[in-house]
Design a protein around this ligand. Structure first.
Ligand code: ZN
Length: 188
């Protein structure tokens, strides 16, 4: 859109936003981003997206290494400006060793709920040469939806390879990106 178009839109809707003495309206939505990566270790299975995925490699981590759950946890916490997964679950705490990452995700959902937010929808991209995400997509969506307390239709999981490039292409590990949108609890 051109600058002129923006000005026209602003004029057209000016009555809706220029209430004397008011603060900027409380936004009805928040958005957060999360990223995670984990190195592969020989021997499966792999815990990913809350599912046990048959694989000849697993994900190295202080917890169970579930990069989808970790990226989503950061996206949700980020959307509420409520910290990050490393601060909530330090990797120096023995209690977090081998921790079920779905429980970490549930804890993040609880934290944002206390701040007045609920998850609206999430979108995840896994970047990995293996395992293939497609055959496990629906099981992951169901497991994540249950943890997020949203319908399965509000959870998207997508897989991509890195076209053989770099550390992902050499199958040294995988990466995951996630976006989460939140709505006020009262709006659900
Ligand atoms: Zn992680």
């Amino acid at each position: 859109m051109t600058g002129t178009g923006n000005r026209e839109r602003g004029t057209e809707h000016s009555a809706a936003v220029s209430v004397p003495g008011s603060q900027f309206p409380v936004p009805a939505q928040r958005v957060g981003i999360g990223y995670d990566s984990h190195r592969f270790a020989p021997g499966g299975p792999m815990i990913l997206g809350g599912c046990t995925v048959p694989s000849d490699v697993s994900l190295v981590g202080h917890s169970d290494g579930d990069a989808i759950a970790h990226a989503l946890t950061d996206a949700i916490l980020g959307a509420a400006a409520a910290g990050d997964i490393g601060e909530m679950f330090t990797d120096t705490d023995p209690a977090n060793r081998g921790r079920d990452s779905i429980q970490m995700l549930r804890a993040a959902v609880q934290r944002i709920r206390e701040l007045g937010w609920a998850v609206h929808n999430v979108d995840v991209t896994v970047i990995a040469e293996r395992p293939k995400i497609g055959p496990h997509r629906d099981a992951m969506r169901a497991a994540l939806a249950a943890a997020l307390d949203v319908p399965v239709q509000a959870v998207s999981v997508k897989g991509k390879t890195n076209e053989g490039m770099g550390w992902i292409g050499r199958a040294e590990g995988l990466a995951c990106m996630a976006v989460a949108s939140l709505a006020p609890v009262t709006a659900r």
